[in-house]
Design a binder for this molecule. Structure first.
Ligand code: FES
Length: 103
């Protein structure tokens, strides 16, 4: 029987291994070649503002676009060969960030 991946497939490190994980608020960590790991106090809502139950305090959000359980990661990024750095490949000017956010 095939094993279904779950949102708990990531992260591979415990919370206490992440710098800043004990701070208040949320920490979002882009994992190299993987999802966005969200830890801490956060609310997850859809584009209309409706609550999405994360089911846990640490979740993996898909950034490869291939997950079958979006917005959560189901591990498909590994089979898809998704590649992305953890850190930004280059800094973006603040004006560009405001344009993306629609401000
Ligand atoms: S980042 Fe994991 S399935 Fe997309």
């Amino acid at each position: 029987m095939p094993v279904q991946p779950s949102p708990s497939a990531e992260p591979e490190q415990p919370d206490d291994a992440v710098p800043g994980a004990a701070e208040e608020g949320a920490t979002i960590t882009p994992y190299r070649d993987g999802p966005l790991i969200v830890r801490g106090d956060f609310r997850l809502v859809d584009q209309d503002g409706a609550e999405i139950d994360p089911g846990r305090r640490t979740v993996a959000l898909c950034r490869c676009g291939k997950s079958g359980i979006k917005p959560f990661c189901d591990g498909t990024h590994k089979r898809a060969g998704f590649s992305a750095p953890s850190a930004p490949s280059r800094p973006r000017p603040a004006a560009q960030l405001r344009d993306v956010a629609g401000d």
